[in-house]
Design a protein around this ligand. Structure first.
Ligand code: IPE
Ligand code: MG
Length: 235
């Protein structure tokens, strides 16, 4: 979710007004995903690098996050949405960590949409914490380990790998998001600033995704003959 600051600046508003409008865009995206049958939506709200911003902006974002948790969780629960927070929580204050734990617990068994908020998240941090957790859990020290052994320790172990990555705000980079998990994810970049990213914008991204051929390293011919065999397309 990028472009809140620029959205505000264009309107001669303070950056924080952009973040506030960004929250509206989050509500709309969650609603649209639920209606479109998307099962997993993961939002990059705050990266481990965002601490470098001016202190007032960081503190505003933390307050906004806390307020969102307090205000929105009941509504998420009513809508059968499971909420997950990923990222390094060690820098959050106790109140925020308590709210996070309560929200996750309350919504743990919900089944319509899994909404994950990445807060103080970094893809490299994720891989490192997974390696450390895996090594701690090992009873015997063996030399090697494989991907399957590491995966249960990654932050998003409960979800399939993402199909589609959307970055708003015109920048074309991943910025340390789900590095491990995005190995085969389709990337979509749009100039639309996050506060202006509405249902139509989401649908345009999904349409772009639907027009792509996902080969996972195979050839186009292989993929197509497989689809014929599975009856997904006509021969
Ligand atoms: C994204 O918008 C929101 C967060 C990272 C919290 P920005 O704040 O990065 O907005 P721009 O990039 O300055 O427009
Ligand atoms: Mg930005």
């Amino acid at each position: 979710m990028d472009g809140n600051g620029r959205w505000a600046k264009k309107r001669f508003l303070p950056r924080v007004a952009g973040h506030q409008r960004g929250v509206e865009a989050v509500r709309e995206a969650v609603k649209a995903c639920r209606e479109l049958g998307v099962e997993y939506l993961t939002l990059f709200a705050f990266s481990s690098e965002n601490w470098r911003r001016p202190a007032e902006e960081v503190s505003f974002l933390m307050q906004l996050f806390l307020k969102m948790l307090e205000r929105e969780v009941a509504k998420l629960h009513e809508n059968n949405i499971r909420l997950k927070i990923i990222g390094d929580r060690s820098h959050f204050d106790d109140q925020l960590n308590r709210r996070i734990a309560e929200a996750e617990q309350l919504t743990a068994n919900n089944t319509s949409l899994t909404l994950t908020i990445a807060a103080n998240y970094g893809g490299r941090w994720d891989i490192m914490q997974a390696v450390q957790a895996m090594l701690r859990a090992r009873t015997e020290l063996s030399a090697g380990f494989n991907e399957t052994e590491l995966e249960p320790y990654l932050s998003m172990h409960y979800a399939p790998e993402p199909d589609l990555f959307i970055r708003t705000g015109g920048e074309q980079r991943i910025s340390n998001f789900l590095l491990w998990q995005m190995a085969y994810t389709e990337l979509y970049f749009t100039d639309t600033l996050w506060p202006a990213f509405d249902r139509e914008a989401l649908q345009a991204a999904i349409q772009s995704y639907q027009a792509r051929e996902r080969r996972f390293g195979r050839t186009s011919e292989q993929v197509q003959s497989e689809q014929v065999q599975e009856g997904k397309v006509d021969a």
